[in-house]
Ligand binder design. Structure first.
Ligand SMILES: Nc1ncnc2c1ncn2[C@@H]1O[C@H](COP(=O)(O)OP(=O)(O)OP(=O)(O)O)[C@@H](O)[C@H]1O
Ligand SMILES: O=C(O)[C@@H](O)C(=O)CO
Length: 409
């Protein structure tokens, strides 16, 4: 293995696995830290954790365990994959995890760049933009678990780490990889690097050749496969047919648009936080409903910020979130037992729960459905998944996912 990735959520793991696969590397996504060695022919391995919203100590512990496993598989470069909207809290988990990984790997500085231009995320003057809005005006300020209220990544990361946080600006990046390398500080530092276009990420990738530790969204990996001699490719896919369901626990603006759109063409059922917390709706009754519907139904808890906020005040943020996640995880487990073969899941935390419910341990990566979202297959099965990050995909995403799963390529 050449590149080892530690991803702080499951959709993010698929996102960067797609980047590496399209960069021409053979790649697999592992669900949690595997208890056995990876296939020796793999060039990149992505360990998907559910550490973004875990307690700091747990996130550090899990990330170090993933790092140990990746190093044991021969990984020469470790990437800590975080959200392209830098989702975190004042305590972490990005800063503490990076500090721990840097200590383990003996890294002096950590190039950090969440830019993902194809999905509208750019970093300029140390500030993160989502399309033409600063992060804190992009809708991310209302995120149910990690509201992002400060667009200055130097400040955001600075609050989470005792390391100095420095910055390499866009002008330096346009001067090429040597200029970026020359701008890296001598002493220990987390280094936020600006990137506006894919070309900037390619430059950063070249500059990062030989660096043991990097941090970013999937964009940070655009330039990395070429450092190991890989050439761009389209991942292979064998069609998955069979009954399908769409499960959405993401409350992002993009997902709510996709839910509105899909409800026009498929049966749908909304689950409230109260339904899940009170146990009024159980996984098996929900599975009965899904099974009785024609076509590929949608089950969703996606709601607007006001509804989410009310539920959080009433039940507690974590209680509401975990009750919905557990319900969806149990639902998926019921449905796979009843022969369902295609699952489209919206939301990183939601995907983490559902994939665990499906008892998946390894995913193979297929072609893209949308930027940042591949189709994936549970290793050794005919079960196909789309794990969609909250903010990704256009309004037809759910329908498109089902079609891409059916099509060999
Ligand atoms: N109606 C609701 N009320 C309260 N919490 C909810 C509701 N619906 C979903 N949630 C919770 O909100 C969280 C949404 O996070 P999730 O990561 O799944 O989506 P996302 O943040 O949009 O996606 P991503 O992390 O990929 O950007 C989940 O923990 C989910 O259980
Ligand atoms: O980087 C992103 O935005 C996504 O891959 C993600 O991590 C959302 O959960």
């Amino acid at each position: 293995m050449k590149i080892g990735v530690i991803a702080d959520d499951f959709t993010g793991a698929s996102d960067i696995a797609l980047t590496l696969a399209e960069g021409g590397m053979s790649v697999a996504q592992f669900i949690g830290v595997p208890d056995r060695p990876a296939d020796a022919t793999l060039e990149a391995g992505v360990v998907a954790l559910k550490s973004r919203t875990a307690r700091v100590g747990q996130a550090v512990h899990d990330s170090l365990a993933a790092c140990d496993w990746l190093l044991a598989q021969g990984a020469e470069q470790i990437v800590f994959k975080v959200c392209s909207t830098f989702d975190s809290t004042a305590e972490g988990n990005i800063g503490p995890v990076l500090e721990a990984l840097a200590a383990k790997l003996g890294a002096q500085h950590v190039i950090t760049c969440p830019a993902f231009p194809e999905n509208g995320r750019s970093v300029y003057q140390g500030h993160l933009f989502v399309s033409d809005r600063l992060l804190n005006e992009s809708g991310m300020q209302n995120h149910p678990l990690t509201p992002m209220t400060d667009p200055d990544l130097r400040r955001v990361l600075g609050e989470q780490t005792s390391w100095p946080v420095s910055h390499i600006n866009a002008q330096t990046v346009t001067h090429g990889p040597d200029a970026v390398r020359a701008a890296l500080p001598d002493g220990p530092a987390m280094v936020i690097v600006d990137a506006i276009h894919d070309a900037d990420l390619l430059t950063i990738g070249q500059a990062a050749k030989g660096e043991v530790l990097l941090c970013g969204g999937s964009g940070i990996a655009i330039g990395l496969p070429a450092n190991f001699g890989a050439q761009a490719a389209t991942p292979h896919w064998e069609s998955v047919t069979g009954r399908a369901v769409v499960i959405s626990g993401s409350c992002s603006i993009a997902t709510r648009g996709q839910v509105d759109q899909y409800r026009k063409i498929a049966p749908s059922k909304e689950i409230s936080a109260e339904d899940a917390v009170s146990g009024a709706v159980t996984a098996s009754t929900l599975a009965d409903w899904v099974q009785a519907q024609p076509g590929s139904p949608l089950v969703f808890s996606s709601a607007d910020p006001k509804v989410v906020q009310e539920a959080q005040l009433r039940f507690g943020r974590d209680t509401a979130a975990r009750a919905i996640e557990t319900l969806f995880s149990d639902l998926a487990a019921c449905l796979v037992q009843r022969g369902f073969a295609r699952f489209v899941i919206a939301g990183g935390e939601t995907s983490g729960s559902v994939v665990s419910g499906l008892k998946a341990t390894e995913l193979t990566i297929g072609p893209r459905i949308a930027p940042g979202v591949p189709v994936v297959r549970i290793g050794g099965t005919d079960v196909g998944l789309a794990l969609k990050s909250g903010n990704f995909g256009d309004r037809d995403f759910f329908e498109t996912s089902l079609k891409v799963m059916e099509t060999s390529s």
